[in-house]
Design a protein. Structure first.
Length: 253
């Protein structure tokens, strides 16, 4: 059995059983325990599972923050569609907040064709994308550089709170549920977004289908805090009613 076949089977067993052990996998796959450990190590590097003493368990998506590299290659087509809709709501003269989500990076790519837009962001990737385009004024909030290639921390939060106001904000999050609202799993990023929300006019929440029903352990905001819900998903009725009750406009792409 080839390595890719073994690793596929490991993930299937993990999904079925909720946990796997090295000794059991060694028996099922008819390979040495050392080979199994190497497979588990490779799968962990791919962020497909989390190794434990003697085995592995699934990643808890409510608490685990996937790497930027993994997130930026996930649901790319959907994020491009969301960005296209977002760009249709940006006009010359606008000042906008962009968070450090991978979806807003696609907005930044589209902004390079625009004129007279001011972008305030904590995303280093957005800053790099827009640098060299004098028609777009780009403001970095400063602060500590995170593994997410973004500025976070008390300095960044204070800078937004005390110095910057935008007439529009575009952001994403870890997930959204009917009962809990809009959720995050990164407390530092959550703090930045909350300051942006407080100092912005119209708020656009960008939600690809993978985020609906996904749990995060930090509450970012309530439905009342946003104005537009832009998604590529068929919004479940319960969520649709909740958004409607909060006067949120739903845009499906």
């Amino acid at each position: 059995m080839f390595a890719l076949e073994r690793q596929k089977m490991i993930l299937e067993l993990l999904e079925k059983n909720g946990a796997v052990t090295v000794s059991n996998l060694s028996s099922i796959l008819s390979v040495t325990e050392e080979t199994v450990r190497r497979d588990l190590e490779k799968l962990e590097k791919q962020e497909a599972l989390r190794r434990t003493h003697g085995g592995a368990v699934p990643i808890d998506e409510s608490t685990y923050e996937f790497s930027l590299e993994k997130r930026k290659s996930t649901n790319v087509e959907a994020k491009e569609k969301l960005a296209e809709i977002a760009l249709s709501h940006i006009a010359s003269g606008d000042t906008i907040f962009l968070d450090a989500s991978t979806t807003t990076f696609f907005i930044a790519k589209g902004l390079k064709k625009r004129n007279n837009i001011t972008v305030i962001t904590n995303s280093i990737r957005v800053i790099a994308e827009l640098s060299g385009y004098p028609e777009i004024k780009t403001i970095a909030v400063g602060g500590i550089v995170s593994e997410n290639q973004s500025f976070v921390g008390s300095l960044a939060e204070a800078n937004i709170r005390e110095n910057y106001v935008a007439n529009k904000m575009f952001f994403s999050s870890k997930g959204i549920t009917v009962d809990a609202g809009i959720l995050e799993s990164n407390e530092k990023e959550c703090g930045i977004k909350q300051k942006m929300l407080k100092n912005s006019g119209t708020k656009f929440y960008l939600c690809d289908s993978s985020k609906i029903g996904r749990i995060g352990f930090v509450k970012l905001c309530a439905f009342d805090d946003i104005d537009y819900f832009i998604s590529d998903a068929e919004v479940p009725d319960k969520l649709k009613y909740k958004l409607s009750d909060s006067d949120v406009k739903i845009i499906n792409v």
